[in-house]
Design a protein around this ligand. Structure first.
Ligand SMILES: Nc1ncnc2c1ncn2[C@@H]1O[C@H](COP(=O)(O)OP(=O)(O)O)[C@@H](O)[C@H]1O
Ligand SMILES: [Mg+2]
Length: 349
């Protein structure tokens, strides 16, 4: 579990110290007082990536050269800073040149209202959902993803410029090697997630229609052959038309497309179910459970779903939950309550 967190020049905080309790933690405060920023800082410290910003530069406090984060996960001391567009990180005060050992320490589940994009948005949030998990549980996943993205970018730039075939083909082997790896890893993850997503959805919505999720690969099984067969089309469209960048996940509720037929409440249940399935997969991959960072979700749920969600969260895991108000909170003996505002996170109970 996260024992303490220190922020420097992160978002709206020049400095901040936060010491969460082991189990349930509620952080309440008005809008724009820094609740999401605190959870974001936890995610960046533990996983070196932001769940909401594309670039860590966005999290640097305005007009400052960089930010620093520091904290303890159990006995491990973790430190990371971001300056001049570079991440530096240290484990137990030893600077690390590679991220593998650092990222092996702790796992994170991020749940927020933006997750509705998992049901409503294009394929990209669903690919990111798989990537977020893959990076935490599949060895080499992140490296292969970067190789693929780089090869795809170069290849697409050449296609766009109408460059000769032989120049484009120079990227084919790294594209299909890394792409083949991703296709396989994502198919395996979807297969792992299916049943537990269905079960979580049943628990949160209290029965009702069954959730089905299915991997829709962006390429036929033989990716190399598919690439070969798509030559005419990619030259016509000036972009790579097959591959894992076209992957998606089909999400159906009671046999119907969730995006078009599910109510808002049902879509929220589906999204939470997908996230809890991700969490369950993370739990299997390590000895200690992930920390749950749940931003603004509780205020938007009806009381039944809220209670079902609270019950569905594993009792042994640490949970940091934000909300603008806690009026709805029934006496939770175990919970620690904090208020966020005025640049501090103050413990109330
Ligand atoms: N890089 C930044 N530097 C300074 N302030 C920022 C930065 N990014 C966001 N903010 C401000 O931080 C405040 C807190 O944001 P946020 O954590 O999203 O609040 P909450 O989740 O409580 O609504 C907002 O007023 C926002 O404008
Ligand atoms: Mg917020």
């Amino acid at each position: 579990m996260l024992r303490d967190l220190r922020l420097r020049d992160f978002r709206c905080f020049p400095e901040l110290v936060f010491e969460p309790a082991p189990g349930l933690n509620f952080l309440a405060g008005p809008n724009a007082h820094g609740k999401t920023s605190v959870l974001e800082a936890v995610c960046i410290l533990l996983r070196l990536q932001s769940p909401r910003a594309n670039s860590l530069a966005e999290a640097v406090r305005f007009d400052q050269p960089g930010f620093g984060l520091d904290g303890h996960w159990g006995e491990r001391h973790m430190h990371m800073k971001f300056t001049d567009a570079l991440k530096h990180f240290a484990l137990d005060s030893k600077p690390q040149s590679r991220s593998a050992d650092y990222l092996a320490v702790a796992r994170v589940v991020w749940i927020s209202n933006d997750d509705l994009q998992l049901v409503r948005g294009s394929g990209s949030p669903r690919r990111r959902y798989l990537d977020f998990l893959g990076a935490q549980v599949v060895p080499n996943y992140l490296r292969q993803l970067r190789v693929y993205e780089r090869a795809l970018r170069s290849r697409n730039a050449l296609l766009k410029d109408n460059r000769p075939r032989r120049e484009i083909a120079a990227f084919d082997s790294s594209l299909h090697e890394a792409g083949g790896f991703l296709l396989q890893a994502r198919a395996a993850m979807c297969a792992d997630l299916r049943n537990s997503a269905r079960e979580s959805c049943r628990r949160i919505s209290g029965g009702g229609e069954a959730l089905e999720m299915a991997y829709l690969p962006g390429s036929p099984a033989d990716f190399a052959a598919a690439l070969e067969n798509s030559r005419d089309e990619e030259i016509r469209l000036r972009t790579t038309v097959v591959g894992p960048h076209r992957d998606d996940i089909a999400i159906r509720l009671g046999g119907r497309e969730a995006v078009s037929f599910a109510s808002e409440g049902q879509q929220r249940s589906v999204v939470l179910a997908l996230k809890l399935a991700q969490a369950g997969r993370l739990e299997q991959s390590a000895d200690d459970p992930p920390v749950y960072l749940i931003d603004d979700v509780f205020g938007e749920l009806d009381p039944t779903r809220r209670n079902n969600l609270l019950k569905a969260l594993p009792p042994g895991a640490q949970k940091l939950i934000t909300a603008t108000s806690l009026d709805w909170l029934v006496e939770e003996d175990e919970a620690a309550l904090f208020s966020v505002g005025g640049g501090v996170v103050a413990k109330k109970k």
